[in-house]
Design a protein around this ligand. Structure first.
Ligand code: DMJ
Length: 479
């Protein structure tokens, strides 16, 4: 008996995936995710209905601006639809259509409004065919357009939805370059090229200002086109700029985007990729470097960077994707939930919060998808959506069970540490597990959606026929 105990211990130390095998069945897990979604949604409905977000500890609401823009309902709607919550989805849709107006004298952050509201409205329109959602999206798109009227074509960060007045002349690649999926889709659906052209120009203007070695920095002035911060990385403020280069290449079959992606990923791997020794085998990470010299400036990585395995996998680089996912998971496991940032040399936490972020779950879902893609490819043939790599380019064999178990472990930790009596709360500190009074709408749009899709039957959403915007709103190429 004692011998058996020791054997188990050895197995659990040296075989992390064996450690994860406290298996629940996939249907049961999908059911649990759906119930937890409803738990959080009901908390929002009870204490914050009609407002942007629930404050889960004080049980009141938070609005981003002086008037609500229904951030949580719009962000949550397509997840409800995918989860088959028909009545809830129908009443939420009616509420949005009757109550959401963008004719408001408020100055809003273009990037956040685009990824959450424009993206949410467009994907729910595609899932329901309800033209009222497309009308709302078009009205919003028209009101956001003034952001692009800068001397460089790079967008200002804020715009007043009623007056069109802009402000915020220093932006970052993520805010400037994460607009084309939404504006491009709006363009195709409304037959108004202006949306595509302006958002694409913003993406190209960032790329055109890359350094001689091909990297971009963190902050840039939209009037002068000069970088004000030359720190280069794949983390917050740059992250989804790279994501959109690849995704727009696929969604729109845009060859400029494909070229920009191909050039960018080469230098990301050259200058930002890093290796550490690791206990069992070398680990890969992506750190910071100066955009002009390529010299390493920081060895930090965090919850936001954990989107990158998904992007690598989508690009066909399953080898690096799976290695980096192991690093992200190591970061999660250190404290039983991931911090905003660590130093990967020491594994010390450098930013301790956890605002309910989805990225690591998103990457788990992508890797699970590609781990089973070989079978699907044999059954169905290649993807119908552009020249993506639904047949993985790498020959590396991924184990789908590994990603199921990883997802299950993370879901259990997530519920254990973030669930409250009537919602879900961010953590101030992943070491102490102290909670924060915040439940951002991406919990519904992304975190629950990716957990659900990881466990739900593949027919819930045909991965190969959609591109997720950075807020996890799936967009189909219907044009
Ligand atoms: C979301 O709003 C989006 O995923 C964005 O790209 C990054 N931050 C949050 C989630 O962490």
């Amino acid at each position: 008996m004692r011998k058996f105990g020791i054997l188990l211990l050895i197995v659990s130390i040296f075989a992390p995936s064996a450690n994860l095998r406290a298996a629940g069945s996939r249907p049961q897990l999908a059911h649990e995710v759906r119930s937890e979604f409803l738990h959080a949604w009901n908390g929002y409905k009870k204490y914050a209905w009609g407002h942007d977000d629930l404050k889960p500890l004080t049980k009141t609401y938070h609005d981003w601006y002086s008037e609500s823009l229904l951030m949580t309902p719009v962000d949550a709607l397509d997840t409800m639809i995918l989860m088959g919550l028909k009545d809830e989805a129908k009443s939420t849709r009616e509420y949005i259509v009757k109550n959401l107006s963008f004719n408001k004298d408020i100055s809003v952050q273009n990037f956040e409004i685009t990824i959450r509201l424009l993206g949410g409205l467009l994907s729910s329109y595609q899932l329901t065919g309800d033209a009222r959602l497309l009308n709302l999206a078009e009205d919003l798109g028209d009101r956001l357009l003034p952001v692009f009227d800068s001397p460089t074509g790079l967008p200002y960060r804020y715009v007043n939805l009623k007056t069109g007045k802009v402000r915020g002349n220093v932006t970052n690649p993520a805010e400037a370059g994460t607009l084309l999926i939404e504006f491009g889709t709006l363009s195709k659906l409304t037959h108004k090229p202006v949306f595509y052209d302006k958002a694409k120009r913003a993406l190209v203007e960032i790329y055109n200002r890359r350094s001689p070695i091909g990297l971009v920095g963190t902050w840039i002035n939209v009037e002068t086109g000069q970088w004000t911060d030359t720190d280069s990385h794949i983390s917050g403020a740059i992250d989804s700029y790279y994501e959109y280069l690849l995704k727009c290449a696929i969604l729109f079959d845009d060859q400029d985007c494909r070229r920009m992606w191909t050039d960018s990923i080469a230098v990301i791997n050259q200058y930002l990729r890093d290796e550490t020794k690791g206990r069992m085998k070398p680990e890969i990470w992506y750190g910071h470097a100066d955009m002009n010299t390529g010299k390493r400036t920081a060895t930090t990585y965090g919850a936001l960077d954990a989107f990158f395995p998904a992007v690598l996998a989508l690009s066909g680089d399953l080898n690096r994707a799976s290695l980096l996912q192991e690093s992200s998971y190591k970061m999660w496991m250190k404290h039983g939930i991931e911090p905003e940032e660590i130093d990967y040399q020491t594994m010390e936490v450098t930013a301790p919060g956890y605002p309910l972020r989805p990225e690591i779950v998103e990457s788990t879902y992508y890797l699970y998808h590609y781990a089973t893609a070989g079978d699907r490819f044999r059954e169905r043939g290649p993807s119908t959506l552009g020249p993506r790599t639904s047949r993985p380019q790498s020959s590396k064999k991924l184990d789908p069970d590994h990603y199921q178990q990883m997802g299950q472990m993370m879901f259990r930790d997530f519920v254990k540490h973030c669930r409250t009596d009537e919602g879900y709360a961010a953590l101030k500190n992943v070491v102490t597990k102290e909670k924060a009074d915040s439940m951002q709408s991406f919990l519904f749009a992304e975190t629950f959606k990716y957990f659900y899709l990881l466990f739900a039957p593949p027919k819930t959403l045909d991965f190969d026929k959609v591109i997720f915007n950075t807020e996890a709103h799936p967009i189909k190429r219907t044009w």
